[in-house]
Write a protein that binds this ligand. Structure first.
Ligand code: KE4
Length: 440
């Protein structure tokens, strides 16, 4: 059976009880509440490199990476120094700064499809605004997304959404006006025929297709060969904009994101997570003729008190600059492959039905013996068994995402020793999940 964590969870339990008196579910974002895996969410006291420590001083090798931003690991000295230095000059001005220009220049060099971009404070703001822009530019109202795709919590995007809504079984949220939901079409990921049929069924009406070029919010699901190319071709044919939501994949799967890795030129790109280095940043950008519609240049309004915040810009710039070191992506690829291949081997040795997907340093292991290629196949995974595996690893000092429908991440701070320790823990954890009848 699952071992009790050696240091217990008393302080996390106490804090969780207190937090639930003040915050809905005791958290500021639903997936953190461990609803999908049961048990007490660990309250984290500190992070350093590849590890975090909870308030009971239990150490974990961390593959959550704050849901993606921490590609350089926790409290990277260069990132901390950049934030500290910026802080000595103040925290926010509500006026333009050089840091925004510096980070914008860096992003444009990495993403040649971006002529102009705007910083915002979250991925949600980035995608929400990209859709508003696409509707204004095309003078059309409909949006096409993919089942299991998650693009943040803006009204029109909480339709068949992945990540938290999928984890909690609420892919369509109450409170979203039916008018907003009606403007959003959703079809299966990797289904080119369904996309073609939707475009043909609504000629001249679909403003944009928004896609995670590598899905991360139903668990990791790579684009099928040719899927992204067909999306590009069909959207161009129909005068529909192609929006790559690279909030996870930007700077993760390649220096220039999925669009570089797969050689596709989207019309608009949304970024987040890594570009903020752990501070709140989102960004949207793309072709000049589209971005020139954004206020104050054009009529499409979007604004934000803390957009381009100097501390967040400093953290983002310090992080993305680290990614220019030679061999960084080869290192991430090698380490992630060692981990994911080792997990597959450990599952096979334990006789556990397990199928993993990986693109670069983002990965998910699904408890199913079938390949996972879309939302429907992801949902066939055994989430109870995932929950047991999650806790069996957590109790052995390894922290995965507290949901089967999320991505795990390897960072520059992870070492081969961390991976080998993880694989040792996983062998014991897989053995545990094969026990019949043990409840999460
Ligand atoms: P934020 O608003 O959470 O910064 O970004 C929304 C978003 C947009 N696009 C993609 C592809 C995303 O993955 C996200 C947010 N990701 C989730 C986890 N998969 C954030 C974690 C959470 O909701 O707490």
């Amino acid at each position: 059976m699952t071992r009790d964590p050696p240091l217990g969870t008393a302080r996390s339990e106490m804090l969780f009880a207190e937090a639930q008196r003040h915050l809905p579910g005791g958290v500021d974002s639903p997936v953190r509440a461990f609803k999908a895996v049961g048990g007490t969410p660990r309250f984290i006291a500190r992070g350093h490199g590849a590890c975090v420590w909870d308030v009971d001083d239990q150490r974990y090798i961390d593959y959550l990476a704050s849901w993606g931003p921490l590609i350089a690991g926790h409290a990277h000295p260069g990132v901390v120094a950049a934030i500290q230095d910026a802080t000595t000059r103040g925290t926010s001005y509500g006026a333009p700064t050089q840091a925004e220009v510096d980070l914008a220049v860096f992003i444009k060099q990495a993403f040649p499809t971006i002529d102009l971009l705007r910083f915002v404070n979250s991925g949600t703001e980035a995608t929400m605004t990209a859709l508003r822009l696409a509707r204004a530019f095309t003078r059309r109202d409909l949006i096409l997304k993919f089942d299991g795709g998650y693009h943040g919590h803006a009204d029109g995007l909480l339709v068949q959404a992945g990540s938290g809504p999928l984890t909690l079984g609420q892919p369509d949220s109450p409170g979203v006006p039916s008018a907003a939901a009606r403007e959003t079409l959703s079809v299966p990921y990797n289904d080119v025929v369904a996309v073609r049929d939707a475009l043909q069924a609504h000629p001249g009406q679909i403003a944009a297709v928004i896609v995670e070029p590598v899905a991360g919010n139903m668990g990791v699901v790579p684009p099928a060969p040719g899927f992204l190319e067909h999306l590009r071709e069909m959207t161009r044919e129909h005068g529909t904009l192609l929006i790559f939501d690279e909030v996870i994949t930007g700077f993760r799967v390649a220096p220039g994101g999925a669009q570089q890795r797969f050689g596709i030129r989207p019309d608009l790109t949304c970024l987040g997570k890594i570009v903020g280095g752990g501070l709140p940043v989102g960004a949207y950008g793309g072709r000049a003729e589209i971005m020139q519609q954004v206020s104050p240049l054009g009529p499409v309004y979007q604004a934000g008190t803390l957009s381009g915040n100097p501390l967040a810009m400093a953290a983002g710039l310090a992080t993305v600059r680290l990614l220019t070191e030679p061999g960084v992506y080869d290192h991430l690829e090698r380490l992630a492959a060692r981990l994911v291949d080792g997990l597959g081997e450990a599952a096979r040795s334990a006789g556990v039905a397990y199928s993993s997907n990986r693109v670069g340093s983002m990965f998910t292991g699904f408890f199913t013996d079938q390949p996972v290629t879309d939302y429907a196949s992801a949902k066939r995974a055994d989430t109870r068994r995932y929950a047991r595996f999650f806790h069996a690893l957590l109790d052995r000092g390894v922290y995965l995402a507290p949901s089967q429908f999320e991505a795990g991440f390897v960072s520059l701070a992870h070492s081969e020793a961390d991976v080998d320790a993880t694989l040792n823990a996983a062998s014991a954890a897989f053995a545990e999940v094969t026990l019949v009848g043990d409840e999460p």
